[in-house]
Design a protein around this ligand. Sequence first.
Ligand code: PLP
Length: 254
Amino acid sequence: MKMALTIAGSDPTGGAGLQSDIRVFGRLGVRGLSVATALTAQNTSGVDAIYGIEASFIEAQLNSLLNDIRPDALKTGMLYSKDAIRVIVRVIKGFNLENLVIDPVTVSSSGRSLMEDGVLDLIRAELFPLARVVTPNIYEASALSGINVTDEESMEKAALALKDTGPEAIIITGGHLERETLDLILYGGKFYKLRAKKVPGEFHGTGCAFSAVITAYLAKESSVVHAAERAKAFMHEAIIKAHSVGKGMKLLDV
Ligand code: PLP
């Protein structure tokens, strides 16, 4: 059985973070492993509080797990602190882990920052060179590249700028573009563009689920482009069937 690890934050609604990642892996026939970087107090309306887990304890979780089980692929989500990133980089190098997908989580859809100052710079400098795929949305791509990403042309420029940081593929997700959703993939020196009709509404955990699908397919030895195509289709389905379970954003059908 293929196994995928998520290193991310806990979301009690299950709509994002560890809980969502494990469900997405399971839906795709991949067994989920998880290491918590932070606990959040949140609901479908927003994040009320964050408790960052001590870096030494993140390292303890990783070492216990990885001394026993080797994942076929892994993803990072909400990493929260710079110390956490340093530990995760050390462990990924130490265990020579492959098929790393980085979702450079910055801010929740409700507007709350999910990281300390300087985290994004450290992710770009230290984690990106180890990654197979990075999956920023247009806001994260703007912050990471310094290019204001608002349309297809600026997505291409930002992807080219981010490619120089080392990942094999850059996938900028365009679910937040105004008219249509366009995911742009830069892989092997070529652009691939995946389009879908925009579904109206506010959805929680889209970035987490998208990167989890990519991770599951890489665990199953798919190509990056095939993984991205499957992720686009999976997300469209999960969004059109999303559930209104609380007073705020809808939760994806995963
Ligand atoms: N909470 C956790 C633990 C997350 O990992 C994320 C996203 O990565 C979020 C909240 C934010 O989800 P959303 O952007 O849908 O608000």
